[in-house]
Design a protein around this ligand. Sequence first.
Ligand code: NDP
Length: 500
Amino acid sequence: MTAVHLPGTPVIEGDHLISTSPATGAEAGRLPLATADDIAQAVERARAAGQWWAGLGFDARRDRLLRWRRLLAQRMEQLAELVHTEGGKPVADAIVEIVSAVEHVDWAARNARRVLGPRKVRSRLVLAEFSAHLEYQPHGVIGVIGPWNYPVFTPIGSAAYAMAAGNAVVFKPSEYTPLVGQWLVDTFAEVVPEQPVFTAVHGLGDIGAALCRSGVDKVAFTGSTATAKKVMAACAESLTPVLLEAGGKDAMIVDADADLDAAAEACVWGAMTNAGQTCIGIERVYVVEPVFDAFVAKVVERAGRLTVGADGADVGPITMPSQLDVIRRHISDALARGGRAALGGADSVRPPYAHPTVLVDVPEDSDAVREETFGPTVTINRVRDADEALSRANALPYGLGGSVFGQRRAVAIARRLRSGMASINSTLTFAGMSTLPFGGVGESGFGRIHGEDGLREFGRAKSITRRRARSLLPSTTFERTPADVDRLVKAVKLLYGRKL
Ligand code: NDP
């Protein structure tokens, strides 16, 4: 008989990590726990594998990555079922996540040579006698540390780009979703059976910490801001570079000329897809006064229709049981401070579920507005105009994504949002756009995955100059004469000292 554990809480039994369903507590599967030695060995093996992989060159790597993409696409229903069983995510949400991941593998594979490959760079008049070359060489081994909420999309956003750039990857999945992590590395091994280019090590946070100190050449971390700070501190000991994709508290701004039906539909999806457990999920909405009541009514009507449950529902269980207390606390705090529940309320949290909750007129200093809630809840506050919406949206230390609904001023508002990304007249869409970089500012982290910047994160710029002629204005030599220096001064004044 299958063991039943507290829903969703991973269990350690002997030397195994047992993953459990957050809906039922039934065991979803088990994997061996890594030890410090296992991590050292995984990194050592990855180092050799990385050299082999880098040596294959861009085209052979592209072919392998495209074969992996094909496997992911062909088996997406199987993977979605696993994401659902292990993390509780509705299958349809899992499919959307996987589609996005497949798109990123495809783009990274096809564009790595163009973005990172060797190329000639134009030289300038000063040093015109030299040619310039640039290429991005792989770091070697990238340690990827991932969260549970998008267990396919988030590691692939780093790993696929890192591997396209010629690195090997050692991946530490979240203890809540190790089976999905293992599935990803196993399918990769089907298309790259020769060497352990992409491997996983399993365990709790200490395994992530050990990976940071294992001698990897860069760490790509996705997770909470609190853990991001620990990761950066651990990496600082050896000056290991880090890429940090951390938490968020994304805002949506609804201007007076917005299509309110479209805004309400996108708000409900942006706030409540994956039960609100989305780093770029909409957690706060600022609506200009004239359209406030109409917008709230439309959101409440749509959110009220969502079904909650284990199978086939719109909103699944909360994956990490401890998050239920945070969601409950945020709702109570908002209500205690004078906010109003337009949908749901104090009794919205019924473990393992949190039911859709819409809180309006919530004080800006309440936890529900300032901290990551990570549940199917949203606050909607009224503002005078878009400027007030912006000053409130930009008041938090987080700055990941955001959304703007409107017409005339929408682009200007989106540009002024203090965030790494924004979507106009939609929510979250920038995440699936493989041509665009993804990442935050402030407490949401730094560095970028996805797009050209995402590829460059995983390559070191290597700059090479080559003499192609004798110097007309020799300066970088002790053979230069005072006359040479005079000519240099005159030339530079002629070139750069003129009136603009
Ligand atoms: P955590 O920060 O709790 O964990 C993230 C990963 O770090 C897990 O694999 C975790 O392992 C590991 N870890 C824990 N402690 C350490 C440590 N000391 N050193 C190294 N690694 C460690 O985040 P969650 O998994 O709870 O994910 C949710 C968070 O992720 C939210 O804040 C969300 O906003 C953010 N997120 C950000 C995204 C972005 O792109 N900016 C995307 C998705 C999520 P274990 O699970 O075993 O503890």
